[in-house]
Design a protein around this ligand. Structure first.
Ligand code: HGY
Ligand code: MN
Ligand code: MN
Length: 433
């Protein structure tokens, strides 16, 4: 007996419960809470990350989702559909940076739980399964590269290589995964979903500045992360004439200045950041022996990004040589710009309009798990505005009205993806086409 086409519920009136979503966000933000702020700190694979994972997994189980954990610690919860095919998946990350806000990543995962709760409460069994996922170490702040879990999920990095990555604190991914109990067994690469939708705060100033509620994200800019170690000669700060110094601290500072100058010269959307600088021995009266710093440069245009990398490398080599220092450069992450699926982008845009929200197509300045899922299935993102464009900062904020709008857009895009072609597919199974 072929599956009957379940009369498709009229889901147009379905809406998420914003109070329940705000409560979920508050409950998760309480884990690793940054005193006196709304933000939280849950670096990947720390005890705080474990506690956050446990909370979300418990919520998945409360929703009777089928929960799987893979070898890099990605977690997927699946709600059964009328068919057993690949699910329509949403998700993001719940690890944060040290100065994390409560929405970055967390919103996409918790809104996914909310979407599933609303669909279940309405008694709907979608044609396709729905899934919500959180991916390991999206931030890449403790273990580079960023989007590590989703990169492994789509087969972009072998699991063994990922498990061997050493962090900024000299811990190892595989050992930390075991320690927190999230070294799972579900197969990698993960099963390709039917489609993937990620709801995320914009983390930039565009939507707020233009008074727009929803971003229909059409892609992610290219990302280049490097770690540079400059080695000179430690010496006495008082007795060493300037002409005799081999000062890696000076080289690092000159490079930080150059990264800013380069980004300004190349013009928007070029950005450049020196986010981490460590001097050794890091003492007031010692010309440093070494300096280790990171360079994060990004652009939507791959060729301009390559030009920026080339110019930085030339400046670094010349400056170090002149200062009598040696250099070692390690690539931490390198992802080309990604373009999302036109059909899904258009669904985000038309759904936002149908729900009465203003919407703008735009690229993402930040990296996201969606840029990895785009390698294996039709993918797009939904942005909501960030107050003052601030993120990676505990004062990160998006209004309840905007959160609600974004989650409702994701709800209806997922329902549309979960039922598209259902009639055709089901009918063709019993030859009635
Ligand atoms: O760095 C990024 O763009 C992201 O927050 N991982
Ligand atoms: Mn994020
Ligand atoms: Mn982030």
């Amino acid at each position: 007996m072929s599956p009957q086409i379940v009369p498709s519920h009229d889901t147009t009136a379905l809406r998420i419960d914003i109070d329940r979503l705000l409560q979920r966000l508050a409950d998760l933000a309480a884990i690793g809470a940054i005193e006196g702020t709304e933000g939280c700190a849950r670096l990947a694979l720390t005890d705080e990350d474990k506690a956050g994972r446990d909370l979300v997994v418990a919520a998945m189980r409360d929703l009777d989702l089928e929960v799987t954990i893979d070898g890099i610690g990605n977690v997927v919860g699946v709600m059964a559909g009328q068919t057993n095919g690949p699910p329509v998946m949403c998700g993001s990350h719940i690890d944060t940076v040290r100065t994390g806000g409560r929405y970055d990543g967390n919103l996409g995962v918790l809104a996914g739980l909310e979407v599933i709760e609303v669909v279940k409460a309405a008694g709907i069994t979608p044609y396709r399964p729905l899934a919500v996922a959180f991916f390991t170490d999206e931030e890449g702040a403790r273990y580079s590269p960023d989007m590590l879990g989703s990169l492994v999920y789509v087969g972009g990095m072998p699991l063994e290589q990922a498990l061997g990555i050493v962090g900024i604190d000299d811990t190892v991914v595989g050992e930390e995964l075991e320690r927190i109990g999230y070294a799972g067994s579900s197969p990698l690469p993960g099963a390709a979903p039917h489609s993937f939708v990620e709801l995320h705060v914009e983390q930039g100033p565009v939507l707020e500045a233009e008074g727009i509620t929803i971003g229909a994200v059409d892609g992610v800019q290219g990302i280049s992360w490097q770690e540079v170690t400059v080695t000179g000669q430690s010496n006495h700060a008082g007795t060493t004439p300037m002409r005799l110094r081999k000062d890696p601290g000076f080289v690092a500072a000159a490079c930080a200045n150059f990264v800013r100058t380069l980004a300004t010269e190349l013009g928007e959307p070029q950005v450049g950041t020196v986010g981490r600088i460590e001097l050794h021995p890091n003492l007031v009266n010692v010309v440093p022996a070494s300096a280790t710093f990171t360079v994060d440069i990004r652009n939507t245009d791959e060729l301009v990004l390559q030009e920026a990398e080339k110019r930085f490398a030339e400046f670094l080599t010349e400056t170090a040589e002149t200062e009598g220092c040696t250099i070692e450069v390690k690539e931490l992450a390198r992802f080309e710009p990604v373009i999302f699926d036109e059909r899904v982008i258009e669904m985000v845009s038309s759904t936002a309009t149908a729900l009465g929200h203003s919407v703008k197509r735009m690229p993402s300045g930040a990296g996201h798990d969606a840029q990895m899922l785009a390698r294996v299935c039709p993918t797009a993102m939904v942005f909501t505005p960030s107050r003052d464009g601030i993120s990676h900062n505990p004062t990160e904020y998006t209004s309840p009205a905007d959160l609600e709008a974004g989650a409702n857009v994701m709800l209806h895009v997922m329902l549309a993806l979960a039922s598209e072609d259902a009639g055709l597919a089901l009918a063709s199974e019993d030859g009635t086409l």
